[in-house]
Design a protein around this ligand. Structure first.
Ligand SMILES: [Zn+2]
Length: 275
């Protein structure tokens, strides 16, 4: 009896607290289209004002100063990579639900997945290893430079191994062109850097971003690091040659939701560009 009461009440409370009804709030920018939950954000003890000196903020950030293959860098050479070729067969062209938010500097999104199991997420292979997309975030302007040129923004698509070690980032530079980006369009209105709320369950087709830069057929690659503290090393970066083309309106909306968020250029040392 007690059990069935519990069950009943659990069933009802699930129905009553169904976020599709209860948390559906009107919002000046987001409207009523999604579930919106305020989760706050992790406070950060660093900022982009002093990105040349992050190691002085916290002893755990020592690699930001002493690392041997820090990111981002300038790619001075025109030659593209013929090694470490990524295979995107596992990057399903399907919409998957996730949380859309602003990481305090620019829009970001992370996919829903069972705790401790990323293996259902879109994945690609390189050097015999499979890595899974655990989300993306934007920097504005771009962090990487190509032949000294900085783009207006850059998307970082972050990939981990099945054991959830950060293993590869695809750094996709954005540029204004003659057509809209379907990848950006599916996001709807951007979330501003002052907005701490998350949209839960926003469905995103990650494959569109890969396709919109020519399937990453042409790319530079190197051994690098996280571009934010603690600047951990040992990641492989893939930088597609093609920029992801967005409309002028899309770029304006991305930039309006973003703050200055590129780390200072790091000297090339043990990065093994294209090697
Ligand atoms: Zn990043």
């Amino acid at each position: 009896m007690l059990t069935s009461l519990f069950l009943l009440s659990a069933l009802f409370s699930t129905a009553w607290s169904c976020p599709k009804h209860d948390n559906y709030q009107s919002h000046p920018h987001l409207g009523r289209r999604q579930i919106r939950v305020d989760k706050g954000r992790e406070p950060k003890d660093w900022n982009y004002d002093v990105s040349a000196d992050w190691a002085t903020i916290n002893p755990e950030y020592v690699l930001c100063q002493s690392g041997t293959h820090q990111s981002p860098i300038n790619i001075a050479q025109q030659d593209l990579s013929t090694l470490h070729k990524p295979n995107f067969e596992g990057y399903q062209s399907v919409k998957i639900p996730g949380n859309f938010f602003n990481w305090q500097f620019a829009p970001a999104w992370t996919p829903h997945h069972p705790e401790g199991d990323v293996t259902g997420l879109p994945s690609f292979n390189f050097d015999g290893e499979e890595v899974f997309n655990i989300g993306w975030h934007i920097h504005a302007p771009s962090e990487h430079l190509i032949d000294g040129k900085r783009s207006r923004a850059e998307i970082h698509m972050v990939h981990v191994t099945a054991e959830e070690h950060e293993a590869a980032v695809i750094g996709i530079r954005l540029a204004v062109g003659p057509q809209e980006s379907a990848f950006i369009k599916q996001l709807g209105p951007m979330i501003h850097y002052n907005d701490t709320a998350q949209l839960e369950g926003l469905e995103v087709n990650l494959r569109l971003a890969i396709d919109e830069v020519g399937g990453v057929e042409e790319f530079w690659t190197y051994k690098g690091s996280l571009t934010t503290p603690p600047c951990s090393e040992g990641l492989r970066w893939f930088l597609p040659k093609q920029e992801l083309i967005v409309s002028e309106q899309q770029m304006v909306e991305i930039l309006a939701a973003s703050r200055f968020s590129h780390r200072v250029e790091q000297p090339v040392w043990l990065h093994d560009i294209n090697l």
